[in-house]
Design a protein around this ligand. Sequence first.
Ligand code: ADP
Ligand code: MG
Ligand code: ZN
Length: 479
Amino acid sequence: MSYSDYEVVIGLEVHSELKTKTKIYCGCTTEFGGDPNTHCCPICTGMPGTLPVLNEKVVEYAIKAGLATNCKINEFSKQDRKNYFYPDLPKAYQVSQYDLPLCYEGEVDIEVNGEMKKIRITRIHIEEDAGKLIHESGEGSLVDYNRCGVPLIEIVTEPDFRSSDDVRCFMEKLRTILLYADVSDCKMNEGSLRCDINLSIRKKGEKELGTRTEMKNMNSFNFAVKAIQYEAKRQMKVLDEGGKIVQETRRWDESRGITVSMRSKEEAHDYRYFPEPDLMPIITSKEKIEEIRKTLPELPDSREKRYIKDYNITKYDADLIVASRNMADFFENAVKNAKNSKAVANWIITEIYSRLNEEEKEQASIPFDADILTELVNLIEDGVISNSIGKKVFAECWETGKRPANIVEEKGLKQISDDGQLKSMAQDVIDANPKAVNDYMNGKKAAVGALVGQMMKATKGKANPQMVNKLLVDILDNM
Ligand code: ADP
Ligand code: MG
Ligand code: ZN
């Protein structure tokens, strides 16, 4: 069989650290880094006799994430112990949620290569993060418990993905939604957003799911894509050669570009979940849920539709703008009093985005307020300055934060729209460029472009190009 006879099926378990100031069951800071074992107390290091107290913000943020992904919310929810031993888990159990998660049955729309797709969310539950093992000391392994007890949400999807493209689009979309909801900083390099990839294959047309493997803790979109592509091919090869897929956990080895087996399901954990006896059930009233809903900003999908409809911008442009909440907010503020909304979008997509590096794009740390862009767009719209002068003014705004109108005034950048002045300049340019004039007379109408260029040069870009063009053609046609 060839690869095209198979279908890839993927389901994700996404972990995201919530941006609460303190941990889920104690008052320790959640700040990333810090000297090892300095962000800890008897509760998060699991000392006997300590009792956890649930951080209310964790529940609020998890419900917020659930509402932002169209989930239903369980008004009665509880926490459970998931028992396993590992050195980074000092209690030898993790408090998580088993049968009554906070959120369930959600969905997220994604667009993959121009096609709309729905990804169903099975559930979102809260749990505590584990510590970190450090293996590179040369003296055995060391453990840092700073991360122990940092609150996580786990977002579990149905097996609705069919390709690495699907997964990438979803992860990007989910990240944007969580950033809009302001519940996680989603820094993949700090591990605050990471996903486990469950992958199986089946013959096209088959209904039943194949045996899956799981790749844990992918913390880069690029690695995830490579791992999926590799693992799908590996499974196809196994089946083609008459073998069977073993249900197991595999690890993506980036340096070798392959997945390797870590443990098979036979050695898999039996977590012995049971209700956490030290914590009360989580009861959330309908009123509270509505209160939390009100703290959500308008989300990217809705904004995108509104921008296309109300501001006459393309889907492509709207997509780029809503990718960052700060940029979307900036756009909305700038467009409010602008005389040309499409121009506002253009400035953002060309000049602003090209000045921000990847990291800044997300934060959209623009060095001036939105009304500066409004002012610039209106100066151009009113014909006070040309578009090309506008670019120079923009660059200066970016560097100095000065207002566009002031820059135009100080530097004398106003467009020359005085008919008489331009007419005499046009005559001079025509006299000085007999070749272009001759070409024009011989039917090469495009030759007027060279003359316009000369005029713009002579006025340092300040002439009104439409007027210049018209004046030149008038004179030439009457020669
Ligand atoms: P576990 O808790 O053992 O990891 P779950 O049944 O909760 O297992 O599934 C975890 C994830 O695996 C979900 O995202 C689910 O959609 C996905 N999944 C389950 N079965 C398959 C399969 N056969 N192929 C691909 N993904 C699967
Ligand atoms: Mg799993
Ligand atoms: Zn603590």
